[in-house]
Design a protein around this ligand. Structure first.
Ligand SMILES: N[C@@H](CCC(=O)N[C@@H](CS)C(=O)NCC(=O)O)C(=O)O
Length: 206
């Protein structure tokens, strides 16, 4: 059994989508990051970095319980555990890992900064907002060029797409029109139609 500690955010939904895709049984524990649940000692024992998502696999490596932080690492772990959603060829595997790292190092942090400066900052900071909006559009351009020539980021549907999708799902939050990026829009619509994605995007239940 996998225990998933999560909240209704893109990083959390990467893991709930993955768990729905691979069909492993899991229990959801809502960690309300708006109310500070991530700083409680019982959660810090699972993720010392005080952020969601985190998982505990009761049957981890060696058959022992294993706790994990960092959504990208959790996706790689679950792909390895189930033998799915990470291409089997060397090239395919490294294609998927490159685009996963692109999401972890670029898409997530930059889109997240736009969300922060548009929705949470205590005062308007035009320089920061402009910087992160410009970088966000640039990243959409990179995705769009890749997806113009590939059905999915690594060719076939993989953890790279699962990591990126919930961030693109917040395109209205970072004020990007998907119509401006037709490759991303085609990819986004295809992934939105997957039943496992639809279920994963509803975790944790409201
Ligand atoms: N690199 C981490 C980022 C996790 C992250 O930033 N989680 C946010 C929610 S999307 C969070 O828990 N924020 C609470 C806080 O910063 O106190 C991952 O991908 O797992």
């Amino acid at each position: 059994m996998i225990d998933l500690y999560t909240w209704s955010t893109p990083n959390g939904r990467k893991v709930s989508i993955m768990l729905e895709e691979v069909g492993l049984p899991y229990r959801v524990h809502a960690i309300n990051i708006g109310e500070g649940d991530q700083f409680k000692p019982e959660f810090l024992a699972i993720n010392p970095n005080s952020k969601i998502p985190a998982v505990v696999d009761s049957e981890g490596p060696g058959g022992e319980p294993y706790a994990m932080m960092e959504s990208g690492a959790i996706l790689v772990y679950l792909a390895g555990k189930t033998g799915t959603l990470l291409p089997l060829t060397e090239r395919g595997k490294f294609d998927a890992l490159q685009w996963l790292m692109f999401q972890m190092g670029g898409v997530g942090p930059m889109f997240g900064q736009v969300h922060h400066f548009l929705r949470a900052a205590k005062e308007p900071v035009p320089y920061a907002l402009n910087r992160y909006k410009t970088e966000t559009r640039r990243l959409y351009g990179v995705l769009d060029r890749r997806l113009a020539g590939h059905e999915y980021l690594a060719g076939i549907y993989s953890i790279a797409d699962i990591a990126t999708y919930p961030w693109v799902a917040r395109h209205e939050w970072h004020q990007v029109e998907l119509a401006d990026f037709p490759g991303v829009k085609r990819w986004y619509d295809a992934i939105s139609a997957r039943p496992a994605v639809e279920r994963g995007m509803k975790v944790p239940a409201a």
